[in-house]
Structure formats: structure tokens, C-alpha cells
Design a protein around this ligand. Structure first.
Ligand SMILES: [Zn+2]
Length: 118
């Protein structure tokens, strides 16, 4: 289950961000997940609940946004969203020499929580 490893990495960033912002409690965690990662959101939720147990993010809501796949044509530089019909080719020049520029990432977008009372 690679979702657990993903969440462990994300949680490190959550903890650092919470500490940097003086949060005593994390209530929401916004995650951006590229479509190509093919993660199962339910597994991510389960892993998140497991990893955050007994931490400042225990019980926090995990909000997952799936990032669509974006491609760039190496021939003409055109950028476009993935089409569902194959073969994949540049919509501008028809080249099939494409690179993926979005859709593989897993990043922490932002967190919400309560500030410490100083
Ligand atoms: Zn092109």
C-alpha cells in the first residue's frame, strides 16, 4: 500500500507547516494529487487517519483534489490537457513527441487549523 508512504511524507510537511504557523491543532489538510499517480482516495483517507493518530492533526479532514494531466509538445511547445482518445498527439501540430508537465505530482496545497494562544 504505497498510500501510507505518501501520507507519511505529506504529514512531515504538515507538521513543519503547523509548527511554522504556531498551530496547536490542524483541522483541514488540502492535498493535490496528479491523476497519473492512480492513488485510491479511500486508501489515502485511511492512511491519513492512521498516520495522524495521536498527533496535532488527529481527526483533521483530508481534502483531495485530483490534478488533471497536462502535456507539452516537444516539437512546437504547445501545452494542452490530456484527451481521452488515443493515440495522444499534439492538438496544434500532430506530433506524438510529448512530455507530461502535470498529473504526476503529490503536493500539500495548504492546511487549516487553530493558532496557539500565546
Ligand atoms: Zn505540437
Amino acid at each position: 500500500m504505497h498510500e501510507l508512504g505518501i501520507i507519511q511524507n505529506i504529514f512531515k510537511v504538515v507538521e513543519e507547516t503547523a509548527a511554522a504557523n504556531n498551530l496547536s491543532k490542524v483541522s483541514k489538510v488540502y492535498l493535490k494529487v496528479g491523476k497519473l499517480r492512480q492513488v485510491v482516495p479511500e486508501f489515502l483517507q485511511f492512511a491519513f487517519a492512521t498516520v495522524t493518530k495521536d498527533t496535532i492533526a488527529e481527526g483533521a479532514e483530508l481534502v483531495i483534489e485530483i490534478v488533471p494531466v497536462m502535456l507539452q509538445c516537444k516539437a512546437c511547445g504547445n501545452k494542452f490537457a490530456e484527451k481521452s482518445d488515443l493515440p495522444l498527439e499534439c492538438v496544434a501540430c500532430g506530433s506524438t513527441d510529448l512530455k507530461i508537465i502535470a498529473g504526476k505530482e503529490i503536493v500539500l496545497d495548504s492546511i487549516e487549523g487553530d493558532k496557539k494562544n500565546l
